[in-house]
Design a binder for this molecule. Structure first.
Ligand code: TRP
Length: 333
């Protein structure tokens, strides 16, 4: 890892099954970034607590996400891959930053509004302060850039506001992060409703292809994908279902939409779906193979989690100590 490089920070929540959208839109694009940045990727298990979790399944998911990061090609020696909860500085800085964040700001967060409507029976304080924990994640590592999807831009914006406010009072403590503008991954939509993003929290399992779906499941989901009744091969907004299938196909094969429209000229949608499923299977096979291998090697993952937590702690704690000193907390060590 090159310490002279700019710092990049990102992560995913440790819940649900990652989808093809998470892979093509994010993970896959993270692989090469270590050449240019000092990269930190968290498995965000503290954020997952805003929704009630089944403890054994939750533990297994967090571990599985760690394996998926590695299987996707993110090298745990060239990057820092760690569990958020294994670095106590996150929760500690989040508390401090809570005291520098206004209730009014948090009330404006669209994700809070959406999630509290969705989980009306459990609108807990964690759901409300979720963005502050996210700010702590990013600021602890003095991140310069943060690759996030559109849905997280508002959280990055509040992170910047908190950092600037804090710096305004105490001097330059935090790097103010920017959204990462690099090669942007594919935007994958739901197979059942192409106006919605493919999401791991979608209740309809046919809407998403999960990274660990077996080939038959992938074929079935592609076959059932929503298209239209126009029966024309074209890449255009008026046929959003087909357009989405082509976008996925392009992302999996590296082909352009023009090439693909040409390839399928005169074909039925069934043939498109069949080719698509084979392309998806081919992309996911090596990743799935690697996850299986990693699942067999318990001590390897244990060791990665431990050593990477130490590497992350080292950086995070430096920032936290500086923060504590600046605000007047006593360092007794
Ligand atoms: N909130 C992000 C999401 O749901 C996950 C996340 C938590 C994150 N902390 C982060 C992403 C810090 C980037 C940086 O997608």
């Amino acid at each position: 890892m090159n310490k002279d490089h700019k710092v990049l920070y990102s992560g995913m929540q440790a819940t649900g099954n990652l989808t093809l959208g998470n892979y093509l839109g994010a993970l896959k694009n993270w692989v090469g970034l270590a050449d240019e940045y000092e990269c930190y990727y968290g498995v965000m298990d503290l954020h997952s607590l805003t929704v009630r979790q089944d403890p054994p399944a939750f533990r297994a998911h967090a571990r599985e996400l760690m394996m998926i990061y590695i299987a996707a090609g993110i090298d745990p020696e060239k990057n820092v891959l760690y569990l958020q909860s294994s670095v106590p500085c996150h929760a500690e800085l989040a508390w401090i930053l809570n005291c520098y964040t206004y209730i009014g700001e948090l009330q404006r967060m669209t994700q809070f509004k959406d999630k509290s409507a969705k989980h009306a029976d459990n609108v807990n304080a964690g759901l409300f302060t979720y963005p502050v924990l996210m700010a702590a994640d990013i600021l602890l590592y003095q991140a310069d850039v943060v690759p996030v999807g559109k849905d997280q831009l508002q959280h990055l914006e509040i992170t910047r506001d908190i950092a600037q406010r804090f710096n305004g009072i105490y001097g330059d403590v935090f790097t103010v992060p920017e959204p990462y503008i690099g090669k942007i991954g594919a935007r994958v939509m739901s197979l059942q409703d192409p106006s919605k993003k493919m999401s791991k929290s979608d209740e309809n399992p046919n809407a998403s292809i999960y990274l660990l779906d077996d080939p038959d499941t992938i074929r079935r989901k592609c076959r059932r994908a929503v298209t239209d009744s126009e029966a024309t091969i074209a890449y255009r907004d008026e046929q959003p279902g087909l357009k989405n299938l082509f976008d996925i196909y392009c992302a999996c094969t590296g082909k352009t939409p023009e090439e693909v429209v040409h390839e399928f000229a005169g074909c039925g949608y069934g043939q498109v779906k069949e080719a698509l499923s084979e392309a998806v299977i081919a992309v996911l096979a090596p990743l799935q193979e690697k996850v299986k291998e990693l699942q067999k090697d318990k001590s390897y993952i244990d060791n990665v989690m431990k050593t990477n937590a130490e590497r992350a702690y080292y950086t995070a704690n430096k920032t936290l100590r500086k923060v504590k000193k600046k605000i007047g907390l006593t360092d007794v060590r």
